[in-house]
Design a binder for this molecule. Structure first.
Ligand code: B12
Length: 183
């Protein structure tokens, strides 16, 4: 199995260019584009393509933990030593034969050395606790008149993380994901 993802927002301009040629009301454009691009690679190499949004949900985070030795940040999103919280998975290729690529081990988990953990104290409604992610509290805030800052610039807790900040998604990309999230 080969995981396919993005570190930072590098694929965004390619997606955006493709999006311009699609109907304005396309329901899940990023998933559609990812399936198109990754599906073509799968056909070329005789693999089966799967997506993080396939139902039932496939264990992408567990796969990433095994593939790269990543561990979850206090926010639940996986921490990457280089990309920080600014990485995500767009798909995976399943092969019925060995492909000669070994899992890697990221080695360090930056959250272990982060004493102040600003990610846990930045959320205006305290949605991140040791008890997990308070989805309802986050959603209520985003849908209120106070939610504009998070909707326009992205999750404040994620943005507070000091790791991999040079890969931080531009506001346009963050706003796109927040709009999907709050839908
Ligand atoms: C449903 C879902 C959500 C739901 C619920 C998330 C939840 N925590 O339960 C909601 C809508 C709230 C959500 C929100 C977000 N999500 Co989400 N979400 C998913 C989705 C589609 C399915 C999760 C799932 O149930 N998988 C099925 C189980 C079987 O898979 P799993 O690998 O075992 O996943 C579980 C374990 O990792 C477990 N887990 C957590 N910590 C640990 C530690 C250990 C040791 C173990 C064993 C397991 C474990 O938690 C997961 C289950 O929730 C995944 C994609 C996917 N297919 O996994 C994205 C995904 C997890 N989300 C992602 C992201 C980025 C977000 C958001 C930031 C969205 C945004 N605005 O951009 C927010 C973050 C909020 C937060 N802190 O969780 C990314 C995370 C990337 C990363 N770097 O890790 C994923 C992988 C999608 C992607 N395309 O990359 N999400």
């Amino acid at each position: 199995m080969l995981l396919i993802g993005q570190g930072g927002a590098a694929p965004w301009p390619h997606f955006r260019k493709w999006r311009e040629r699609q109907p304005a009301n396309l329901a899940n454009p990023l998933d559609t584009w990812s399936a198109e691009v990754i599906g073509a690679v799968a056909r070329k190499f005789g693999a089966k393509a799967v997506s993080p949004s396939d139902r039932p949900f496939l264990p992408f985070q567990q796969w990433a933990m095994r593939a790269e030795g990543l561990k979850p940040s206090p926010l639940g999103i996986l921490m990457h030593p280089e990309y920080g919280l600014w990485h995500a998975y767009r798909g995976a290729l399943l092969f019925d034969r060995p492909i000669g690529i070994e899992p890697r081990n990221a080695g360090i988990h930056p959250c272990d050395n982060c004493a102040s953990k600003p990610c846990l104290s930045t959320c205006p409604v305290g949605a991140f606790t040791t008890g997990g992610f308070a989805f309802e509290a986050c959603m209520e805030h985003l849908r209120s008149s106070q939610g504009g800052v998070c909707l326009a610039g992205g999750c404040l807790a994620r943005n507070a993380c000091p790791i991999g900040t040079r890969y931080c998604y531009p506001a346009e990309v963050q706003a796109f994901h927040m709009a999907k999230f709050v839908r």
